[in-house]
Design a protein around this ligand. Sequence first.
Ligand code: PMP
Length: 427
Amino acid sequence: MKTVHSAELFSTAQEVIPGGVNSPVRAFRGVGGDPLFMDHAQGPYLWDVDGQRYIDYVGSWGPMIHGHAHPEILEAVAEVARRGLSFGAPTAIEVRMAQMVCDLVPSIEMVRMTCSGTEAVMSAVRLARGVTRRDKIVKFEGNYHGHSDSLLVKAGSGALTLGQPSSAGVPEELSRDTLVLPYNDLAAVTEILEQWGFDIAAIIVEPIAGNMGCVPPAEGFLEGLRALCDRFGSLLIFDEVMTGFRVAAGGAQALYGVRPDITTLGKIIGGGLPVGALGGSRAILDQLAPNGPVYQAGTLAGNPLAMAAGLKTLELLQQPGFHARLATNTEVLCSGLKAQAAQKGIALEVNAVPGMFGIFFSDRPVRNFQDVMAADTERYARFFHALLGQGVYLAPSAFEAGFLSAAHDETVIARTLEATEKAFATL
Ligand code: PMP
């Protein structure tokens, strides 16, 4: 592998950017070695600054569900850009976006746009606290909800990769109001709600955990959370920043048939531009400023370019059979990986939902944070580097999910499986 230009850039970057990156997981700390700097992308492929091509299973961490540089999405952005980049006043395209989100996501009657998933979740928690006039929230170990103070407690994703699931700088008074429970453990949630239920503003959950690899909900878990929230008057927040529009056009709530009170969105809804959103019933969303007492705002919220990219992305994923194809392709990849590992006597667990997967070098099913931590991350690192050498770019951390796009067709998956076959052999 050639890394001359990446190495040069990384060396300069480290002088002027903390860790040389603008988001921690990009630094390759989870797998060792130095990050590759990317130059351009097309369809399922990324090209680094040294001219090497990779099949990309990161997909910008979720947004690129149609593959990179999709011509219709680029054209939609270019057309809007020519009319001006931002007005700080309402525009027609924001209304179209809101209508489309309300049409697609079962529990959403009203939606407010933000500039990132972090902001969406931060605002959702404030909204839940404002509506219920309660302070405590319940979250799950290894779930990541962005980097706002109340939620950086036993978090997943980069916080986990760096071994700092709880961040320095979060006031203790805030983390005290965040109760953290094991994912998929309804008995533990019931116990806590029975003790604190009437003080709890919200239970926030990734309906499919995607920030400790990929961990789908156990049967009855989401339904159980819904019932507990109803019983104690707490709000149920589904953080669908990752799963929204990916696992189904209506997100995980459509896939599993459970309706949250508030949904947070991001990634796909911006088609690769910075964006987030929170939605829910009219009664709850109307509590936001200017109609209600819960303050929330954003200079660039609803930015026309982000709306154009997002709208076209949402339009394209409503084509008949889109999610069925994505599910089939994910399944082909994941069953291929399992068969290859089994044949070589390598203990491997693969969790998959449409368009998303998690690979764990482990001999036990992975259902929660403890199971994730029991997997062999060192082996993942070797697998990652073996694949990189063959032109396949997996997430540079064992704690991140993999993402497929519509551009990952049979040919691309077959080529990936040739590479993984060789990579398994090096373990
Ligand atoms: N929630 C979830 C479930 C996420 O996966 C992420 C980002 N990976 C966030 C929130 C935060 O989104 P952002 O990085 O856009 O702030």
